[in-house]
Design a protein around this ligand. Structure first.
Ligand code: ADP
Ligand code: ASP
Ligand code: MG
Length: 441
């Protein structure tokens, strides 16, 4: 069995969804198809939800009206026979009645999460009925019946696997199962989600849960590129990456993959292939446990980083100091990305601001605290980088006069992370593109 995930742009227009259907029908063997919402939908639902949470009912209603029009037009083009045109319009009116019902009630965080789920629920229905109109057999496999997260928002892989084991045999007669990316149930059994871009994560969780042959992530670009194509002009696709390399790139900002996508696939050794819906013939990127060593592969950048510096004479020759510092971050469930230490100071970075004030006030017991916001981590990735000569020399020579706030190297064998001010990000990515890959700025 394979898992095939198609992102928002791959189903964003009716002709694209039809192309996805062609691709799915043409692919050999059994597959679980994971779909995102039509492109732009989740952004729009976020806006509607925020209006409703802040009492801006009229603005929310206007956006709902716009989105409904878009869906009516979409259904009007996707379906062709009068029978299925009626089904399409019925799908749209069902979803928008529900959205209006949610908007009319006492709108809280729970309603918000239910609202966000409507995008994937609608796109999968469109796809399923499109296949039916083409007389292709498939089944809807409702993600809300098997995908779940625990009280720490972590997916429950074992439970997901057990539920799928129980669900799949009843569908063994059909080759195409269609399910929703992104959405899940939380430990209160409420509708929740795997955070923005989470459909990639869904695909990987399913792939790991059923020990799939391969997880394919189909998007609008021909695989993982060596640098962020939204920032740097000339980037190139990478044919092969190891799980570790891809994991670092996803975590440190390569938007093509949700930050946690690689974790479940790597756990069970399921290869992940990145493919381009607009250019099926392009080789894409294969992510597996194989890969070349000792060369720079790619660069990614993660914004909204906060650097915290703790300066304390109590650190001098003391043991247990770092443990006490880290316990504070643990207490507030705030992960640390980078660390750098000296004899009397330690700097760490975090990307979650939610408990920053409390963390800082507890850290102040240790000494002087400095906080720098608007920082960016630039992560340079390659398998077994230490086997390469001049690793750090090449990085710093490429960066020229860019001021570097922190460096982390040696923690893993496949990454060098540097911290720069966010206003230096674009320049850094361009300089590294030229210096490390000779691809121009
Ligand atoms: P989907 O809707 O299919 O999930 P996304 O927009 O989430 O697609 O991800 C694909 C986009 O990721 C690409 O269009 C590209 O602009 C962006 N991207 C950022 N960094 C990279 C990278 N290193 N390689 C490829 N794409 C990247
Ligand atoms: N539709 C969701 C989002 O836009 C999930 C996804 O596309 O992966 O974030
Ligand atoms: Mg995405």
């Amino acid at each position: 069995m394979q898992v095939l995930k198609f992102g928002g742009t791959s189903v964003g227009k009716p002709d694209r969804l039809i192309k996805v259907a062609d691709l799915v029908i043409g692919a050999a063997g059994k597959k679980i198809v994971v779909l995102s919402a039509l492109s732009g939908t989740t952004n729009m639902l976020v806006r509607i939800g925020e209006f409703l949470l802040t009492g801006k009912k009229k603005e929310a209603d206007d956006e709902i009206g716009l989105l409904e029009k878009h869906y009516q037009q979409y259904a009007g083009v996707l379906f062709t026979s009068s029978e299925y045109l009626a089904i399409g319009q019925d799908i749209v009116s069902r979803y928008f009645s529900l959205i209006r019902l949610l908007a009319a009630g006492a709108f809280d965080d729970r309603s918000y999460r239910e609202l966000l789920a409507q995008g994937e629920l609608a796109s999968t229905e469109f796809f399923y009925y499109h296949l039916r109109e083409r007389k292709v057999e498939s089944r809807l496999l409702p993600a809300l019946h098997f995908m779940s997260i625990d009280e720490n928002q972590e997916p429950e892989l074992e439970k997901i696997s057990e539920r799928l084991k129980a669900l799949l045999p009843s569908m063994s007669q059909v080759d195409i199962l269609v399910t929703q990316g992104y959405i899940c149930r939380n430990h209160h059994n409420e509708i929740d989600n795997l955070k923005r871009g989470g459909s990639d994560y869904t695909a990987s969780l399913i792939g790991a849960a059923i020990r799939a042959e391969e997880i394919q992530i189909w998007t609008d670009i021909d695989g993982m590129h060596n640098n962020d194509p939204r920032v740097v002009k000339k980037t190139q696709p990478i044919a092969e990456l190891t799980f570790d390399e891809a994991s670092e790139l996803a975590y440190f900002g390569a938007k093509i993959l949700h930050p946690s996508t690689i974790v479940p696939a790597q756990k069970y050794g399921v290869p992940v292939r990145l493919k381009n819906t607009m250019d099926e013939k392009a080789p894409g990127t294969l992510i597996s446990d194989k890969g070349t060593r000792g060369e720079f592969k790619a660069i990614a950048a993660k914004d909204n980083i906060i650097a915290i510096n703790i300066k304390s004479s109590r650190m001098l020759l003391a043991f247990g100091f770092l443990r006490r510092v880290f316990e504070i971050f643990e207490k507030y469930k705030t992960p640390i990305d980078m660390i750098s230490t000296s004899e009397v100071a330690v700097s760490v970075t975090v990307d979650d601001e939610s408990h920053l004030d409390k963390i800082i006030s507890e850290l102040q017991h240790f000494g002087t605290i400095e906080v720098d916001k608007h920082q960016t981590i630039i992560c340079i990735v390659g398998n077994k980088l230490a086997e390469k000569k001049r690793v750090l020399a090449d990085v710093f020579q490429s960066l020229g006069d860019v001021p570097v706030r922190m460096v982390s190297y040696g923690g893993s064998h496949n990454n060098i992370s540097i911290l720069v001010e966010t206003n230096q990000k674009e320049k850094s990515l361009r300089l590294l593109n030229q210096g490390l890959f000779n691809l121009g700025e």
